[in-house]
Design a protein around this ligand. Sequence first.
Ligand SMILES: *Cc1c(COP(=O)(O)O)cnc(C)c1O
Length: 433
Amino acid sequence: MKFRSTRQLEESIEFCQALERGIAPDGGLYVPVCFPEFATRDFDGAERLDDVAEVLLEPFLQGSGLLPELGAICQEAFSFPTPLRMLESDGKRLFVLELFHGPTAAFKDVGARFLAACFQRLNREDPRPLTILVATSGDTGGAVAAAFHGRVGTRVVVLFPRGLVSARQEKQLTCWGGNVHALRVAGNFDDCQGMVKQAFADAELCRRTRLSSANSINLGRLLPQSAYYAASSLVHWREHGELLNFVVPTGNLGNGLACVWARAMGLPIGKIVFATNANRPIPEYLATGQWTPGPSVATLASAMDVGNPSNMERLRDLLPDIESVRGAVSAYSVDDDAIRSQIARDFHRRGETWCPHTATAASVYDGLPESMRDGSWALVATAHPAKFETIVEPLIGQPVPVPASLAGLLDMPSHVQDVAASLDELKQVIEKK
Ligand SMILES: *Cc1c(COP(=O)(O)O)cnc(C)c1O
């Protein structure tokens, strides 16, 4: 399978190259030149998530040097469960797809672990370690650090703004040590991102070292996310013989697009609804047909604070005109008040504790017109509520139990270096042996 840029100005390339490049040289994003078409019986015998992932991803790796290792890559990446848990069964069926049972308790663990398992196997003959640079405002850096920690031949340098991430987030960035270097930058997130950009623009540095990034537009993070939509819709199909509809909390649209791609490949998925916070370009596009990205607005569902979702370019590549987008997906936005009241209400009414991102999906589902709520629905739960305890606990009036994986990280000692917001300090860390 080949991949081409959404801007179509480049030759198409195979999977490994798309992973290494991240973004296409013409500024576009890589998409498959075509999608494989599956029937549900193609997955007969594939029960576990890693087995489903292997069947689903195999066509994409055809022609790439990683194909023989796909089984091992899937076993490493999909090593934690993504259960589809029933919430309600009276009349309508309502489920929650829990994607937060990985090492850092958020769905980004899936993509980060798949990318790390691939990266570790690329260019193994090069003696220089592969250095992954990540600037993070919180969640992504932890997932990437966890995914690469202990992988031979790789290093992660993660930059985060001092005083601007929560205590628990900071712990998830600094607890690793070993091949993970956590830099606490005297600056804000834009300064951290600026340092990473300057490092990639430094031709001398790029020649001497093997630098790469792990940002969310990388195909190696996006594609594996289709696997949990495939696996959960298949479980539901085998049991009930019906399509499963999804409400996906959406920021940069990586998770939502993975669901659209899974359906495009023939998986038994019905309606797809994107739930956004007060950052509204996607719902506004569906309502008005105008694409009006803008600066991001800070909300309680902070990992979805994206004013210009990059994966929109991939969605519009698949669905080039507004009518086809409207036929394929819907999108609704909820504000912070709705997030707060949903967390409190579902705790009392359903006994469920949501993180603020998952609460956007629950709120959007409850607001869907009755006619649309027919059939079976799954709310996609993107993070464990214990990651956002300072928001959630006051709303439910009690502590959120911390899952074992997260508790383990919080007990580990911190390894962190304070640096100024300057390229020189970053270069010293990168070039230190
Ligand atoms: C990143 C993130 C999202 C948004 O996912 P996108 O792929 O950017 O749309 C939602 N919830 C949580 C917890 C996240 O970390």
